[in-house]
Design a protein. Sequence first.
Length: 128
Amino acid sequence: MAEITANVNWLAVGVGTVLAFMLGGLWYSPKLFGAKWMKGVGISEEAGSGQPVPALLAQFLATFLLAWIVGVTAAADALLTIILVALTIMALMGAGGLFSRKSRYAIATETGFVAAMVAIMILVHAVL
């Protein structure tokens, strides 16, 4: 384990984290999927007008952890592992969305965001 984490490209982890987090701002904006997603999860426009700082901090931490997992799998040359991890996360999010009766659009928006984040992180590792 120490060998794998020692070989992690921390620059790629950091850049992947920042780029994926920034994508979230665009992804959930009214310009892309935000307005319809908000309806699909039962959030009103007024309730969403302020920045939910605790949620943003939690999202940033989770994005960093995902980027770190991508970094570990890249260091181990185990691309299939991160693909399986991403598919598992997406399946669990989808199941949770169905249980909480989110719209199919909202579920697709959320799971699609995970796929986009992982794709960005993998690309960053390929470039850096």
